[in-house]
Every structure is written in structure tokens, then in C-alpha cells.
Design a protein around this ligand. Structure first.
Ligand SMILES: Nc1ncnc2c1ncn2[C@@H]1O[C@H](COP(=O)(O)OP(=O)(O)OP(=O)(O)O)[C@@H](O)[C@H]1O
Length: 368
């Protein structure tokens, strides 16, 4: 676990961040193709989130990076050196990698100090104690040095697990759903603290999550997986504003999707003729409108425009979720409006779509 560089790292108090690269990585279990040609280049010190639905291969990719699973083909490169290929396979303990899983996996019969010291086997006793105490201090658990894990809250256990993973000053941190065991309120603060600590240690980090908001909060970039392939890699802004297909778009925002015809910069949809940045030939397309991009106001007598009827309304605190029946649309149109924006007795409404919340996708391939 302790890398050749860790002597220097001990002086500077940070890890030496590694550059990590996956090249045309495949993983098969029998005839099941779990990873299918993963190409990903992660910069030193970058925090990248692997996002995707259940079974898309996120954990498998993390296990290959850690050396817990040999890939079927392809190459893993760290700092320009192959660490897993058809010629070489560096075992996990030689990769300078810190691992953290969702169940924290603390040893129940050991104190927090001993849990954190566990991976520091190559150091002297005094040095490993000092390093463990540093890591425990860094996560703010100094008052629990001699406690056993069962007296710690979920959030404290998460921090203890983080201290244990960081104590050997790994060059790469691999985290599999590290916040999924925590309740929502705690999750936000622990996530922010963890990110701050990762920045401080400068370890290159891969975080597995199935939660798009979590990926947006944590990742410098996000790699979205589906069926063992990376569908798109980008910053949260790129993924949200310029999704390459409907799958990506629907991962980052709640959408209404309509069949429409696009022509001369306008899309003809059940929500009206909408302006679209497109100069292509006239054709059938899928039009996606974010639920946050639908404005409603109470309809007046003889109002024209696109009319809808509120069929359900749910108060969510800052927002309200509306279901609207709109003529020409089979499914209810969903809108997310600011709470109390629409009078409570309003049943008939006029609908307007904000231009920035309209996205167009070709009806070929995955979007069909
Ligand atoms: N040891 C194994 N043998 C056979 N199939 C496996 C094995 N491990 C994982 N799989 C399969 O590989 C696929 C990807 O699993 P993986 O755990 O990587 O997905 P994931 O995206 O992390 O999912 P989740 O979010 O549910 O954890 C799944 O279909 C899973 O059933």
C-alpha cells in the first residue's frame, strides 16, 4: 500500500497524485460482456465520478483499476507505466491505491486508531501511530481515537473509513458508493467534507455513484456508463447542457419527451411551435423539455396559447411538481415550478416553454 514516493509524501503531507488511463478495456464473465472498450484518461489530482444505472459496470471498472479483477483485454496505465496488460499485472498492494466501500468495512474489534493503522505495516510502530493520528485528525475524529467502531455514528464511521484509506497516502483513491449508507442530510455535509479532504491530499480519485446529483457535486468530470460502455465524459455543465443523447439527458434532468417535427429552426410539438437551434433538413425528432423549463400561469377567459389542466399537484418544499393534461399528449406533462407560484385554485393553466430547456435528439439509434 505504501508507494515508493510515500517517504517524500510524509514530509509534504500530501499524496503524489497519479495520472491514470484505461485503454480499450474489456471484461468478460463467460459470455457476459461487462466492460466493452473503456477508454478514459484521468488527470493527476482529478476527481472523476463513474455514474450509471445498476449493472452498467461501474464497480467492475473500479475493481479492475484496483487490481482486484484482471481485465480480459486492454491496458491500465499509471503515470505512463503499464500496470495491467497482457504482459504485466501489478497486484493491488503495489498500486498505491486507497479503497473505500459503502459498508466502510471497519474491524469491529479494533479501536479507530488500530483500524487506521492497519494498512501502515511497512512503517515503524511510532511512525505508523503518528501517521494514523494525522489521518484521524484530518477527518476530525481525534476524540474517537480509542473508541470502537460500534460507538460511532454512521457519518463518523464514514470518516474513520476515509482516514484509513488516506493514511498510507495513496496516489489514487477508489470509492464505491461511499455515501450511500448515510441519511440525506448527513450525506450533503459529509460529501462536502470528504471532497475538501481529497483536495487537500491531492489524490486522484474515482467515485462510483448512481446518483447524478452526487456526481455533479463531487466530480471535476463525470463518466456516464451504460451497458459496460462510457456513453459520455464531461463536466457537470457539459453533461447537463449538451447531452449527446436522450439517455444522458434523462440522467441529468427530469424530462418530458415528445415526438415532433423540426423545420427551419422551429420544432412543431404538442406544447406549441418551439424555437430550436437547428438548421438541418426537416425531419421527425424527439423533443425533450426539462420539467423545470415549463412555466404555467392561471388561464383567463378566452386565453389562447397552449392550455393545460392541473390533474395533480405535489408540494415538495421549495418546489411543486405538477401533472398537466394537455390536448394532443397521451402522457401527463410534468412541470416543476417554484412553490406557491400558481394560485391554489388554478385548474386551467397556460403553458410556456423556456427556450434553454428544450433539447432535440435524432430519432435514430438509441433515441428511437
Ligand atoms: N463475479 C461476477 N460474475 C458474473 N457477473 C458479474 C460478476 N460481478 C459482476 N457481474 C455482473 O456485471 C454487471 C456489472 O456489475 P457491476 O457491479 O460492475 O455494476 P454496477 O454498475 O456497479 O451496478 P450497481 O450500481 O448495481 O452496483 C452486472 O450485470 C453484474 O451482474
Amino acid at each position: 500500500m505504501v508507494s515508493a514516493t510515500s517517504k517524500n509524501a510524509a514530509r509534504t503531507g500530501v499524496s503524489f497524485a497519479a495520472e491514470l488511463m484505461f485503454r480499450d478495456l474489456h471484461l468478460h464473465y463467460g459470455d457476459k460482456h461487462i466492460l466493452q472498450g473503456i477508454d478514459l484518461h484521468i488527470q493527476p489530482g482529478e476527481v472523476i465520478c463513474l455514474l450509471g444505472p445498476s449493472g452498467s459496470g461501474k464497480t467492475s471498472l473500479l475493481r479492475v483499476a484496483a487490481g482486484l479483477e484482471p481485465q480480459t483485454s486492454g491496458v491500465v496505465v499509471m503515470n505512463g507505466r503499464e500496470i495491467a496488460s497482457d504482459k504485466i499485472f501489478l497486484p493491488p498492494e503495489k498500486r498505491s491505491i486507497g479503497l473505500m466501500f459503502q459498508d466502510f468495512a471497519l474491524f469491529p474489534h479494533m479501536t479507530i486508531l488500530d483500524n487506521v493503522r492497519f494498512g501502515l505495516t511497512t512503517m515503524s510502530k511510532a511512525m505508523s501511530k503518528q501517521e494514523a493520528l494525522n489521518a484521524i485528525r484530518r477527518v476530525g475524529l481525534e476524540h474517537h481515537v480509542n473508541s470502537y467502531p460500534d460507538v460511532l455514528s454512521g457519518g463518523e464511521q464514514q470518516r474513520a473509513a476515509l482516514a484509513r484509506a488516506l493514511a498510507p497516502r495513496p496516489s489514487v483513491m477508489l470509492m464505491d458508493e461511499p455515501f450511500s449508507g448515510l441519511d440525506t442530510r448527513l450525506k450533503d455535509s459529509i460529501r462536502a467534507e470528504t471532497l475538501a479532504i481529497l483536495r487537500e491530499t491531492r489524490a486522484t480519485t474515482i467515485v462510483v455513484t448512481h446518483d447524478a446529483e452526487e456526481a455533479m457535486r463531487m466530480g471535476d468530470r463525470i463518466a456516464l456508463l451504460n451497458g459496460g460502455r462510457i456513453v459520455q465524459v464531461g463536466t457537470s455543465g457539459e453533461m447537463y447542457r449538451a447531452p449527446r443523447d436522450l439517455f444522458v439527458a434523462s440522467f441529468f434532468a427530469e424530462l418530458n419527451v415528445f415526438d415532433g417535427v423540426v423545420k427551419n429552426g422551429f420544432a412543431d410539438t404538442p406544447l406549441g411551435i418551439l424555437p430550436i437551434a437547428d438548421n438541418g433538413v426537416a425531419r421527425n425528432v424527439k423533443i425533450a423539455v426539462r420539467t423545470t423549463g415549463i412555466e404555467v400561469r392561471a388561464a383567463k377567459k378566452n386565453d389562447n396559447g397552449v392550455l393545460g389542466r392541473v390533474t395533480a399537484r405535489r408540494f415538495l418544499g421549495d418546489f411543486e411538481q405538477l401533472s398537466l393534461a394537455v390536448s394532443g399528449v397521451d402522457e401527463p406533462v410534468r412541470a416543476r415550478i417554484r412553490a406557491d407560484e400558481l394560485p391554489y385554485d388554478a385548474k386551467d393553466v397556460v403553458i410556456k416553454v423556456r427556450n434553454n430547456d428544450i433539447m432535440l435528439f435524432e430519432t435514430t439509434g438509441d433515441n428511437a
